[in-house]
Design a protein around this ligand. Structure first.
Ligand code: SAM
Length: 169
């Protein structure tokens, strides 16, 4: 498969998974946390999918096009390892949806960050909240969900936070 085809398929999978995730959290109160603004493509898509939802974006180096950037009150600048643990301040009852798209071409770095993230996320989420992630996040507090039809295993990852997680709202 050419790199162009692989890229297109990854974006199609991402869009399909975000659509399903938005449906799954329709009845779950709480904001959305977008981890990794990049050029703002998925942020823009999330706000179109969920126009009534508050969306907070975490990014260490914001460089999105101004049309696809959150207002300063919804942009948390810094490394997520410093900023995310404090997310209860903006989501006191937990986030309904977390979308994490922070992978780079460096597999070892991605695995380290994903391992850290898997441990931090469950207590920051509302019961029944969903995580969509480019990286696998294995944690006993996160239940892996089946991917939508047409998205091959491993191309994206969906989880639901279990009802009871230690330290959670
Ligand atoms: N979802 C975005 C889009 O569709 O436009 C693309 C996100 S891009 C692949 C990954 C982003 O995550 C980059 O902007 C990078 O700066 C950010 N990022 C990576 N590691 C991070 C970290 N540890 N803390 C904060 N941001 C991080």
């Amino acid at each position: 498969m050419s790199r162009l085809d692989a890229f297109i398929r990854r974006l199609q999978a991402q869009r399909t998974c975000l659509g399903l995730a938005a449906d799954l959290v329709a009845g779950v109160p709480g904001p959305v946390l977008e981890l990794g603004l990049g050029n703002g493509r998925t942020y823009d898509h999330l706000r179109e999918l969920m126009p009534d939802r508050e969306i907070f974006v975490f990014e260490r180096q914001p460089m999105a096009h101004p049309d696809s950037a959150p207002d300063p009150d919804h942009l948390i600048v810094g490394d997520i390892r410093d900023t995310l643990p404090d997310a209860r301040r903006i989501a006191p009852h937990g986030a309904a949806l977390v979308h994490s798209d922070i992978g780079t071409g460096e597999a070892a770095r991605n695995a380290r960050l994903a391992g850290w993230l898997a441990g931090v996320l469950p207590p920051l989420m509302a019961p029944g909240g969903v995580v969509a992630s480019d990286q696998p996040l294995e944690h006993p507090g996160l239940d892996r969900l089946p991917l939508p039809q047409g998205v091959p295993a491993g191309r994206y990852n969906l989880y639901r936070r279990l009802a009871i997680v230690a330290g959670s709202p």
